[in-house]
Design a protein around this ligand. Structure first.
Ligand SMILES: Nc1ncnc2c1ncn2[C@@H]1O[C@H](COP(=O)(O)OP(=O)(O)OP(=O)(O)O)[C@@H](O)[C@H]1O
Length: 463
């Protein structure tokens, strides 16, 4: 028998809760209810829901906050807002915050049923995407097979894993797989880009805060550690943590409890820590820019993800799979890649690794005739021995070419942070354009959380 779909109804009006429980129950769903934000948070942390309905005004907070929480922390759960009749502004705000739809009071049962069907389809699609994401670590090279075997092994343990490797190489993907294949898979996976959180907000982001603990703290806020309770916290770009935060983090990891900013008591947290950076963390420890004791704590197991140019045999299959996915998203048949184009890709050093391969192919698909990708469509930057510092490959192929040297020498952009920032900026702008500036969708497309995208937009100054 298939497992029943589950829904969470958050409303302080008992009549509405009963109506929804009855209607959804008749549609075969198992329904939980909550009368306020606090109990909704608890239910969300303890269960996985296929659908959530929330009222706009709740005794201890707003439905809007709950929608934002679900959109960032539980993105697989579609959420709909129950609004007062005719309150268009609230409905629009809810949609902007990440709700997939809204239903107005008095609730029309036919509208409600249709909405539930849509939501279930949505969560089905998300599940299917998740399934494919499980197998997304592609490549049959010896290095990839060894990596998969190591992932399977470390997934079973609770030890902190430090994932190292160049930018775009698949570190976050590896972290997700470790979470998904381990005993915490039913719990949350909370990725956090340590480089994207403004320093002054870091403590409150990580550990939460109490209402009024500083100017702007309008309500209690849960931190990332609490959000990852029972699951995994993935500290991406961990090298970017300022020293004072490193001390605090170390304490939390050791004590297994957090104290929210402005709180008196410590709260126990059960979190597995995974971390990653494209920087040489050991060298930063040597330089005194990363604490040795924290490095020692998070680096119980080190997992190295090799750059794409060290497993060139994976490039053809990866390229075909990426193109097939992109074409499927467009509802078109997958194009072929001309043999000389495959060769050209295989020879290219990919300083931006798999992410760069994806970007190059996405552009190539747009430039191609749709049936065959040629060498011209790839617009790979031509190697130059010297010149201006590395910049992002431009669709025009002329101006703004990254500088790299092929052959025996490794690809070396003259200013790596600048080069990476440009790659990142290009990818974000492209994703936003393709998603018509819907940030939730753009974040999903980029494989990052809504929160991470918001921070990146701020950091890169993209409006
Ligand atoms: N082996 C792989 N097979 C398929 N796709 C991959 C593989 N490795 C990476 N990717 C894809 O490449 C993109 C970049 O991967 P990911 O974000 O995990 O890299 P990263 O190393 O965490 O990057 P950064 O250092 O910039 O945070 C993602 O779209 C991911 O799905």
């Amino acid at each position: 028998m298939p497992t029943p779909r589950t829904a969470l109804i958050v409303d302080d009006e008992r009549d509405i809760r009963e109506l929804l429980v009855l209607t959804l129950g008749r549609m075969g769903l198992r329904v939980d209810t909550a009368a306020d934000v606090a109990s909704a948070r608890q239910q969300l942390a303890a269960n996985k829901y296929d659908l959530c309905f929330t009222d706009m005004r709740l005794p201890d907070g707003s439905g809007q906050d709950l929608i934002e929480l679900i959109a960032t922390r539980y993105p697989d759960t579609p959420v709909a807002m129950i609004t007062a009749h005719g309150n268009v502004d609230a409905a629009v705000d809810a949609l902007k915050a990440g709700a997939f739809d809204f239903v107005s009071k008095p609730v029309d049962l036919q509208v409600l049923r249709r909405l539930v069907q849509n939501a279930l389809q949505l969560s089905e699609q998300r599940r299917a995407q998740q399934q494919t994401s499980n197998n997304r670590l592609q490549g049959e090279s010896a290095a990839m097979n060894a990596l998969r075997a190591t992932i399977a092994k470390v997934a079973r343990s609770q030890a902190p894993v430090y994932i190292s490797g160049e930018s775009g190489v698949g570190k976050e993907l590896v972290a997700r797989l470790i979470h998904e294949q381990g005993p915490r898979s039913a719990g949350p996976f909370v990725p956090v880009n340590c480089g994207a959180i403004p320093t002054e907000l870091m403590e409150s982001e990580f550990f939460g805060h109490k209402k009024g603990s500083f100017t702007g703290a309008q309500g209690d806020k849960e931190g990332l550690f609490q959000a990852a309770h029972g699951g995994t916290l993935f500290l991406d770009e961990v090298a970017e943590l300022p020293l004072h935060m490193q001390v605090k983090l170390l304490r939390v990891i050791q004590e297994k409890s957090v104290r929210a900013v402005g709180a008196n008591a410590e709260l126990p947290v059960d979190v597995r820590i995974l971390s990653a950076t494209h920087k040489n963390l050991a060298a930063l420890v040597e330089d005194g820019r990363f604490r040795h004791d924290l490095f020692y704590r998070i680096n119980v197991i080190e997992l190295v993800v090799p750059p794409l140019r060290e497993r060139r045999e994976d490039i053809p299959a990866l390229a075909h799979n990426v193109l097939a996915r992109l074409a499927q998203e467009l509802g078109e048949p997958a194009p072929k890649i001309a043999p000389d184009a495959v060769q050209m890709l295989t020879d290219y050093p990919f300083p931006g690794n798999v992410r760069e391969l994806e970007n190059i192919l996405e552009r190539a698909l747009a430039l191609s005739d749709g049936t065959v990708i040629s060498t011209d469509d790839l617009r790979l930057p031509t190697p130059r021995a010297a010149g201006t510092p590395g910049t992002t490959p431009s669709p025009a192929g002329g101006v703004g070419k990254p500088v790299y040297i092929t052959g025996q020498q490794p690809a070396v952009p003259a200013d790596l942070p600048d080069y990476i920032e440009r790659l990142e900026r290009d990818a974000i702008v492209k994703a936003l354009e393709e998603c018509r500036y819907n940030k939730t969708k753009a974040a999903a497309k980029l494989g990052i959380t809504f929160r991470a995208l918001r921070y990146k937009l701020k950091k890169l100054g993209i409006d």
